[in-house]
Design a protein around this ligand. Structure first.
Ligand SMILES: [Cu+2]
Length: 159
C-alpha cells in the first residue's frame, strides 16, 4: 500500500510529464503545447507552449492558425486594481536567440476563439505556429484538465 501511494504521489506531482509532447523544426524547439479544458459552451480556450529558439538569431512568434477555431489571438492578461484585462500582443511574442520562452508567463496565452466543438482532456487540436524567421510549423495542442498549478491568471480566463 505504501508503495502504491508513493507511485501515486509521483504521478500526481508531475501532471505535465504525462501529457508531454514536443516538436522540432530547424532550430526551433516547441515543447508541450497544451490547451486547458474548458466547461461546455466555452467560447474561448487558453493555449500555452514553451518555445526554445536554439538558433543564433532572434525570432518571434507572430501568430497561430488552426482549423479547429474561428481564430487564435496572442494575448497578455494583466490585473489592474483587481480587474483582469486582456490585451492583444500586437508585436507577437519575442524569442531571443538561445532563450527558452513560455507562452504562459506573465499572463501571456494563445486564445482560441469559438472552437468548432467541445474539446475535452485528451483531445488534440491541430495548429500552425507562425514565426517571423522559422516560418510555419505544424503542431498539435493537447487538451489537459484544468490545473491550478499554472501561474496566476491561467485558471481564470474569461469565458
Ligand atoms: Cu485571452
Amino acid at each position: 500500500m505504501k508503495r502504491l501511494l508513493a507511485i501515486l504521489a509521483i504521478a500526481m506531482a508531475s501532471p505535465l510529464a504525462a501529457g508531454a509532447h514536443d516538436f522540432t523544426s530547424g532550430t526551433m524547439y516547441i515543447d508541450h503545447p497544451m490547451i486547458q479544458e474548458a466547461p461546455p459552451g466555452a467560447r474561448v480556450l487558453g493555449g500555452y507552449v514553451t518555445l526554445h529558439n536554439q538558433g543564433a538569431e532572434d525570432d518571434r512568434l507572430v501568430g497561430i492558425e488552426t482549423p479547429a477555431a474561428e481564430k487564435v489571438e496572442l494575448h497578455r492578461s494583466t490585473v489592474t486594481d483587481g480587474i483582469a484585462r486582456m490585451q492583444p500582443m500586437t508585436d507577437g511574442l519575442p524569442l531571443p536567440a538561445g532563450e527558452i520562452v513560455w507562452l504562459g508567463d506573465n499572463g501571456t496565452h494563445a486564445m482560441f476563439v469559438q472552437p468548432d466543438k467541445r474539446y475535452a482532456a485528451g483531445d488534440e487540436l491541430p495548429a500552425t505556429l507562425i514565426f517571423e524567421k522559422a516560418g510555419r510549423i505544424d503542431i498539435t495542442f493537447k487538451v489537459e484538465e484544468r490545473s491550478t498549478d499554472l501561474a496566476p491568471g491561467h485558471g481564470e480566463h474569461p469565458q
